[in-house]
Ligand binder design. Structure first.
Ligand code: CU
Length: 215
C-alpha cells in the first residue's frame, strides 16, 4: 500500500514538472510570427469600419483556400457583411434569412451569375475562382448591395469602426499593401516586415471611385 502511494506521488510530481517545463519553453521560445497592423483614416466617410486592407503579392497564394464555409447572409433587405473578403477558390453560401424572396446576381467580370428568385429559408452556393471585385446585387431590391472581394492570398483584414486592422502571421519580407473600399480611391504602401516584430502603418485614402484589386 505504501509503495503504491509513493508511485502515485511520483507520477503526479512528474506530470507537474512536465507541465511546468512546457510552460517555460512556450514563454521562452521566440515568436516567429510578425504582422502588419495599423489604421486607415478614411476622409469623408461616416465610419472607418469595413475597409479592406490586403497584401497584393505574398508567398502563399491561391493554394491557401480556406475550408471555412463562407456565408453571405440576407436579412432585412441587407447583405451581411457588406464588404466580404475571401480567398480564390472559396465557396460561399447565400442563405435567404429574410421574409421575402431575393434574386441575387452579379454582372462583375470576376464572377458573373444569377441565382434567380429564391424564397425565405432557401440557400444558394457559388465558388469564386477568379480574383477581383464581385459587385453583388438583388434584382428585386435595388438598395441591396455587397462586395465580395476575391483575394489571391490569406493576408488581409477588414477595419473596425476606429479604422484599425491587423494582418498577422506574415513571413518576413517586403510587401505591397493596399486598401479597398467602394467609396475610396485605393491607397498603397510598400512595407517591410521583419522576422519577429509587427510593423505599424497608416493609410489615408481619399474619396473617389474604387479601383481594381489587382492589375
Ligand atoms: Cu432582395
Amino acid at each position: 500500500m505504501v509503495i503504491y502511494r509513493h508511485a502515485n506521488n511520483f507520477r503526479r510530481a512528474s506530470i507537474i514538472l512536465g507541465v511546468a517545463f512546457i510552460l517555460i519553453w512556450a514563454l521562452a521560445a521566440p515568436s516567429q510570427a510578425a504582422g502588419i497592423k495599423g489604421r486607415v483614416i478614411a476622409q469623408g466617410l461616416r465610419s472607418a469600419k469595413g475597409i479592406l486592407v490586403y497584401v497584393v503579392e505574398a508567398p502563399i497564394s491561391s493554394s491557401a483556400v480556406s475550408e471555412t464555409a463562407y456565408v453571405l447572409d440576407q436579412r432585412e433587405l441587407t447583405f451581411i457583411p457588406h464588404i466580404f473578403p475571401i480567398t480564390v477558390g472559396s465557396k460561399v453560401e447565400f442563405p435567404n434569412n429574410d421574409k421575402v424572396a431575393h434574386n441575387v446576381f452579379s454582372l462583375s467580370r470576376a464572377k458573373e451569375f444569377n441565382f434567380g428568385s429564391y424564397e425565405p429559408g432557401q440557400s444558394k452556393t457559388e465558388v469564386f475562382n477568379k480574383p477581383g471585385v464581385v459587385d453583388m446585387r438583388c434584382d428585386v431590391h435595388q438598395e441591396m448591395n455587397a462586395f465580395i472581394l476575391v483575394l489571391k492570398n490569406p493576408y488581409f483584414a477588414v477595419t473596425d469602426k476606429e479604422g484599425r486592422f491587423s494582418i498577422p502571421n506574415l513571413p518576413a519580407g517586403s510587401y505591397q499593401v493596399k486598401t479597398w473600399h467602394e467609396k475610396l480611391r485605393s491607397a498603397r504602401q510598400k512595407v517591410t516586415v521583419p522576422e519577429n516584430n509587427d510593423v505599424s502603418i497608416q493609410f489615408k485614402p481619399k474619396r473617389g471611385s474604387a479601383g481594381v484589386l489587382y492589375r
